[in-house]
Design a protein around this ligand. Structure first.
Ligand code: ARG
Length: 298
């Protein structure tokens, strides 16, 4: 049975008769002690090598921790590691899941950039300590997969959305689908400034999503419109400069987003969401914002 969907005409699946995917109640964050822009692996980093204000970054990060706690989420914190400046983007090293029987599992990433590969075993070690089953992709059958940077769970559904083109390879999703026994709707990314799915798509709730449309092919946009009733679109300015689509909505109601996304925030409020703004300017210098500064897990 084909469980990888690349175009809307293939969407034949029935919603399986399984308990729905619970909303995650926990958040992992990695301290930004060693965060900086030390190399260039995405276009946003180009002008910012060595230009992170460490004190400002620490403040922004602390506020975000508070923001998650205020929503009632439990925040687990790992120390940063010297020489791994991007480890703060802890959405990228893995994809966690809880199956219908309540077993917690994580698929570990194969990072595209050699500079980031050392982060993965450290996150794997953390998973082992908290009792997750750790799963690996076969590196001979896929080049790369960057966890929740490119994989997003459909809110409440056992359905994965997978981005590919820059960081994750399309063939990775066949393995992810088999390892976790879930269907995957794959979306092709075509604008290098939006190199991860989480830079151009933010799951809001079962029926709503926030996207930056120019980051996708027509076929991918059709898939998005086929599976969501409400598709909120970010403007180029807010998506590219403010990482509007790198927001996160852990509970289907509250959206945490970089501050200043005036147009998107109005659309979100009109659609019934509560908006909480955070400054993540120091992290945007490296190509990430609210979504990828944390890992939601069960
Ligand atoms: N500098 C990091 C990289 O290029 C930023 C990652 C941000 N994460 C994200 N999911 N957008 O890998």
């Amino acid at each position: 049975m084909n469980r990888i969907y690349t175009s809307a005409d293939q969407l034949d699946f029935k919603i399986p008769d399984l308990p729905s995917l619970p909303a995650p109640g926990r958040v992992l964050m990695v301290k930004p002690t060693y965060f900086d822009v030390e190399y260039v692996i995405n276009p946003h980093m180009k002008e910012h090598v060595g230009a992170v204000d460490k004190i400002q970054a620490a403040n922004e990060w602390e506020h975000l921790v508070d923001g998650f706690e205020e929503l009632g989420l439990t925040v687990d914190i790992l120390d940063g590691v010297k020489g791994l400046p991007d480890m703060v983007f802890c959405a990228n090293q893995s994809l966690p899941y809880v199956d219908a029987e309540g077993n917690r599992k994580a698929v570990m990433s194969i990072m595209r950039a050699p500079q980031r590969r050392g982060e993965v075993p450290l996150i794997e070690e953390w998973y082992r300590q908290i009792g997750y089953e750790v799963l690996h992709l076969n590196p001979e059958k896929t080049k790369s997969f960057e966890g929740m940077g490119d994989g997003q769970w459909h809110f409440k559904r056992r359905l994965l959305w997978g981005g590919y083109g820059y960081r994750s390879s399309l063939d990775a999703y066949e393995q992810v689908s088999a390892l976790l026994d879930v269907p995957v709707v794959v979306l092709k990314l075509v604008n290098e400034k939006f190199y991860h799915l989480d830079t151009c798509m933010c799951m809001l709730n079962e029926n709503s999503v926030l996207i930056y449309p120019d980051a996708f092919t027509e076929e991918s946009l059709e898939l998005i419109h086929a599976l969501f009733d409400t598709v909120i679109e970010a403007t180029q300015y807010e998506a590219e400069k403010l990482f509007a689509a790198n927001a996160t909505c852990p509970d289907g109601k509250n959206v945490l987003i970089q501050q200043g996304c005036t147009d998107v925030n109005k659309k979100l409020r009109d659609a019934g969401f509560s908006v909480h703004e955070f400054s993540t300017y120091e992290f945007i210098k490296s190509g990430g914002s609210v979504f990828c500064m944390k890992l939601l897990y069960w």
